[in-house]
Design a protein. Structure first.
Length: 123
């Protein structure tokens, strides 16, 4: 069971997504940059030139290193590039949610959270 200490300081969202998704969420006010000298952003814009290793590094940073992030939003088509990391991630905090993008519709069959729920209910 998660204790209050596990989540009480987790006040930010993080997003790993395409330019449209990240821009929309930043306009909605989720953007945050930590204080210098490290100045870490809570978002990563992914395009077709972004290396898979950079996506994995951002995911690891948001889920393992940063203790101020409560939810990680990731476009489902980007989550597919690091599916092994998404599927093996089991921590309650931060929660990882897959979201659709403009060009890539949401597929519930790929969603790791929904697959876990189905296994729980024996489907």
């Amino acid at each position: 069971m998660a204790s209050q200490a596990d989540y009480k300081d987790r006040q930010f969202l993080a997003v790993i997504g395409d330019e449209d998704s990240v821009t929309g969420l930043l306009l909605a006010g989720i953007g945050h940059v930590t204080n210098p000298p490290d100045s870490q952003k809570n978002f990563l814009v992914v395009d077709n030139k972004t290396e898979t290793s950079a996506i994995e590094a951002a995911f690891d940073s948001f889920t393992k290193e940063r203790k101020d992030i409560g939810i990680v939003l990731i476009n489902q088509h980007i989550a597919d590039k690091i599916r092994h990391r998404i599927d093996t991630y089991t921590a309650a905090f931060p929660t990882v949610l897959e979201i659709p993008s403009k060009e890539h519709p949401y597929d519930p069959e790929k969603d790791s959270v929904l697959r876990r729920v189905r296994r729980l209910f024996g489907e």
